[in-house]
Write a protein that binds this ligand. Structure first.
Ligand SMILES: [Fe+2]
Ligand SMILES: [Fe+2]
Length: 201
């Protein structure tokens, strides 16, 4: 596994993202949900900033909706595990705590900047940066490890679709082949993961 348990205890007042030293399934899910909510807030903010341009507004709102879906799927899994009495057992998926803290800080930094700091090129580059973090892999690993295959495949398919949209937007609005190829790599990575999961049925 790429991610390893980190012996960390951190709570940032601004985010509520909490990464404790002993990682139970509950803690990993709660940390992941907190981060997904912050990425949702960032994309919802971009939707508001670009509300004058319907196509861009709709795109950013779709990105926010994707994160809302992940929050919902993880919340559902947590509820089922709670009912089964196993949520406080050790997490089946280890977490790279430092990576989660880094992402949380990066998102809070962007949230603190004024609206004028986000021309479309920069907003799109930020979305690639957020999507390149290990967060979506963590969501996928959790849904798979916790046997929520249906939820996993649904989320993964929509993620691939939305990243395809992100790629399209970068093509339309940025003259940046490097950013475009980073985004295309992400699309391929998640499409590949989905293919593997479907093939292992
Ligand atoms: Fe997500
Ligand atoms: Fe995402």
């Amino acid at each position: 596994m790429r991610r390893q348990c980190a012996a960390l205890a951190l709570r940032t007042a601004a985010t509520g993202v909490n990464i404790p030293s002993v990682l139970t399934t509950r803690e990993v899910i709660e940390t992941t949900i907190a981060l997904e909510k912050r990425s949702m807030a960032l994309y919802a903010r971009f939707a508001k900033i670009f509300s004058g341009q319907p196509r861009l507004h709709e795109f950013w709102f779709g990105m926010a909706r994707d994160e809302a879906r992940h929050v919902g799927a993880l919340g559902l899994v947590a509820t089922v595990l709670e009912l089964e009495g196993v949520i406080d057992g050790p997490s089946p998926v280890p977490v790279q705590g430092f990576e989660m803290i880094r992402l949380s800080k990066v998102i809070e930094h962007y949230m603190s900047e004024p609206d004028s700091a986000f021309p479309i090129e920069r907003a799109l580059a930020i979305a690639v940066e957020v999507e390149e973090s290990e967060l979506e892999d963590l969501v996928g690993d959790l849904l798979q490890a916790l046997q929520e295959r249906g939820e996993y495949e649904r989320c993964q398919r929509l993620l691939v679709h939305d990243l395809g949209e992100l790629s399209y937007m970068i093509e339309q609005h940025c003259q940046d082949p490097t950013l475009l190829s980073r985004c295309d790599e992400l699309v391929n990575h998640h499409a590949e993961t989905l293919r593997h999961a479907a093939a292992s049925h």
